[in-house]
Design a protein around this ligand. Sequence first.
Ligand code: ATP
Length: 311
Amino acid sequence: MEWFGANSFNFEFVSSVLQINNIQKSYGSVRALNGVSLQVPEGSVYGILGPNGSGKTTLLGILMSVLRAQHGSFDWFDGRYGDGYRKKIGCLLETPNFYQYLSGEENLRITVSISERGDEADIERVLKLVGLYERRKHRFATYSLGMKQRLAIGAALLGNPGVLVLDEPTNGLDPVGIAEIRDLIRSLRQAGHTIVIASHLLDEVEKVCTHVAILKKGNVLTDGPVTDVLMDEDVVELDATDREGLRSFLLTQSLTLETDKETGWIRLRFPKGQAKLEELNRTCMQQGIALTHLSLRRKKLETRFFELTND
Ligand code: ATP
């Protein structure tokens, strides 16, 4: 029996779409970015993770030429498009001012004419992509917050840009709205888009991102694939009605068991990214032990976030 094995994630990133070199930016005496250098691989969902005030919005503003850095440089697409790179990127830095009394479809039509990105056929494609096609004729004012945000992402997707830049796309949404945006981001990645996303939510980054840079007070604490940066160890927690039966069985498998004092759950540790929950569940079932609890926690991830949000 094999309890753990190769990581099921297998990212193959060939080239980078964005190279950031030593960007520095101050607002008066406030140093917002303190020499940020990063590389965003093509096809990745790249999370810029940091608490409020860490410099995420400033960094995205610079990358979109809304703000100017005092030092450093950045290159989109290896400089292939020169200053024209902006047209290749769909961007959502703040919620656009859509017209309340117009429908979602009409609002996108206006966006097309102003931005000169996309066309009538593209509007239909985008509305379907963000799950608003059925509601396209309804007035924007009648949309839920989640729908408004999806329309905004739809607007950024006009013209089918290869890269999408999103600043805190789930801010203010309820759990359903958050889940919808996450599903959308995942499907955009599957469709081949590269997505750069700023977030202060560790959970969000862990769920949708392939890569992450952790930003604190304008400094990059660490960056790389999420599996490397956020995980050091897989901690599996499990329980069964027959807890003692489960314990005895796991001991026969040469596993080191710990017990959570509060819940009484059994805890197992595996090298990062290598716990196989399905296998574990199946093997216990074969022994006639039905698990009542089975979860995976990433110890380092929580520790990192704690470090990050505390001075
Ligand atoms: P949040 O999640 O709260 O938006 P953030 O990580 O996006 O935070 P920024 O908004 O980039 O961070 O802010 C970085 C730092 O720069 C903060 O200390 C902020 O107060 C400061 N800052 C941002 N914009 C300005 C401005 N226009 N004038 C002065 N200081 C600013």
